[in-house]
Design a protein around this ligand. Structure first.
Ligand code: 5GP
Ligand code: ZN
Length: 138
């Protein structure tokens, strides 16, 4: 049994601000965002790195990532966005359960990979979750 926080979020043993889920993937807000609305898309099953994920799961991952990106654009109106996945410690992977980051970007927002600069105040996590959830069309 792997002790993995993202497996626990996927099985609802650990809390998260969940934006969307189906049988293969789960989407939730990053607890320590680069910018507010920074979102993570994960396979529900545990795969450490991207190349290990089966094609049928990747199909859902990429389509859901696209739909959630649209919801982030519609709700938060960022100027742009980054989508990335860190694989392996050398690439900056901290949680060894593969995930896609969707990061809303603003002109001159001072983006830094590490340390991720922000945290949510009380109720803010849910407020951002509500804003994005309202715009999801899947
Ligand atoms: P990595 O460096 O592995 O690509 O990114 C891991 C991400 O997971 C980081 O952005 C970090 O803030 C986020 N994270 C770590 N633990 C938790 C958690 O328990 N809940 C949520 N929602 N995000 C987490
Ligand atoms: Zn896991």
């Amino acid at each position: 049994m792997i002790d993995c926080i993202f497996c626990k979020i996927a099985s609802k043993e650990a809390p998260a601000e969940v934006l969307f889920e189906n049988d293969k993937v789960m989407v939730f807000l990053d607890i320590n965002p680069i910018n507010y609305g920074h979102t993570l898309v994960i396979p529900k099953d545990h795969y450490k790195e991207f190349h290990e994920i089966p094609d049928e799961v990747n199909q859902d991952l990429i389509v859901v990532t696209s739909k959630i990106t649209k919801a982030i654009l519609d709700s938060l109106k960022p100027h742009g966005y980054n989508i990335f996945t860190n694989n392996g410690r050398s690439a900056g992977q901290a949680i060894m359960h593969c995930h896609f980051h969707i990061v809303p970007r603003y002109l001159n927002d001072g983006f830094k990979f590490r340390p991720y600069p922000k945290s949510y105040k009380k109720d803010e996590l849910k407020q951002y979750g509500n804003l994005i959830r309202e715009k999801i069309r899947i």
